[in-house]
Design a protein around this ligand. Structure first.
Ligand SMILES: [Mn+2]
Length: 335
């Protein structure tokens, strides 16, 4: 297999992996078990043996117990619909993740983070942004592949689950709440990302307040409507044209895929991407030579999905889909 040269990595075959066993950005247990399931399905072997990566991994799935407070009551925000859930926990854990990915990216490695729920992106996006900007002088664009926009502010969030808010904090639409400035206070001292350097693909379940945010800030978004209209090929042409030659952080929520392909996830939404469309997105990002980091999140091996799915198969299929997405982003090609 010939490998694509990288525009931003000194040696594109050096891969840093951070395994994040964290689920408290949402309410369902099991998403913390994803890294173990992905590793047991052979992901690391596929990356090292088939795709020739040298893997830098500490051998652990992190649970971040040492930074999780013993008590973390819901945080009521003035004017908010629902209190933020596990606010200090998510803040502390994402701060650690930010340091972990920073260390890997500052060493010039491609960084793969295996989640965990999507709240962990507060850590991955901030840490990658800082390291890549320092190392290359260019700010990365974030390609966010997801059924949801994950850009609720704590005031408009209807659930209080922080996995629906990471992009609000990362883009500075939300900042450390005055009710407890420690919550994401650490993020105030890092770079925030420009909402113009964010592109969505796969949206189909966007809250009313989020639609307003996307419109008002001119955030680039390709919904499933666009995929239907143009096909995934043309959508990816437009995405890559928008991103230009900047470094890319791909944050892939497995719920972007239709539940037929990825049933084992906390908030499935019908009418999503096929597995091939998901793989195609990853192949296009790889082909640009600009990928510097990837997150794979929201695989929940404890959820079996729709009742018509044969017992046990849902989780297995979702894990397999996740491995496929990662391999495609990291250079696997059909021919
Ligand atoms: Mn998400």
């Amino acid at each position: 297999m010939t490998s694509t040269p990288s525009n931003y990595l000194p040696d594109p075959k050096q891969l840093g992996i951070v395994a994040v066993g964290f689920s408290l950005g949402q309410g369902k247990i099991g998403v913390d078990a994803a890294p173990k399931a992905l590793i047991e399905a052979g992901l690391f072997t596929q990356l090292s043996d088939d795709l020739d990566f040298t893997i830098h991994h500490d051998g652990k799935v992190h649970d971040y117990c040492s930074v999780i407070p013993s008590s973390d009551p819901p945080l009521h925000i003035a004017g908010g619909k629902a209190p933020m859930l596990n606010p200090r926990t998510v803040s502390n854990v994402t701060r650690e993740i930010s340091k972990q990915v920073y260390t890997q990216a500052a060493a010039g490695r491609l960084v793969l983070t295996l989640g965990g729920d999507h709240s962990i992106a507060v850590g991955t996006v901030s840490g990658i942004h800082k390291a890549v900007t320092e190392r290359t002088g260019q700010e990365p664009y974030v390609i966010w592949v997801d059924a949801h926009a994950d850009i609720n502010t704590p005031i408009v969030s209807g659930s209080g689950n922080i996995h629906g808010m990471p992009l609000a904090f990362l883009t500075n639409l939300a900042s450390a709440p005055k009710e407890d400035p420690e919550v994401f206070g650490w993020l105030e001292n890092t770079h925030k990302i420009d909402p113009k350097k964010l592109v969505y693909i796969g949206l189909r379940d966007v809250d009313k307040a989020e639609k307003k945010i996307l419109r008002e800030h001119g955030i680039k978004a390709f919904s499933m409507h666009d995929v239907d209209r143009w096909g995934i090929g043309r959508v990816m042409d437009m995405v890559m044209e928008y991103v230009g030659n900047a470094p890319i952080h791909l944050s892939f929520d497995v719920d972007a895929l239709d539940p037929l392909w990825a049933p084992s996830t906390g908030t499935p939404v019908r009418g999503g991407l096929t597995l091939r469309e998901g793989d195609f997105i990853c192949e296009c990002v790889h082909a640009s030579g600009n990928l510097v980091a990837m997150d794979l999140v929201e695989v929940n091996p404890h959820i079996e999905g729709e009742p018509q799915i044969v017992q046990g198969l849902g989780a297995q299929e979702t894990v397999r889909a996740g491995c496929s997405l990662v391999r495609c982003a990291l250079g696997e090609s059909l021919l």
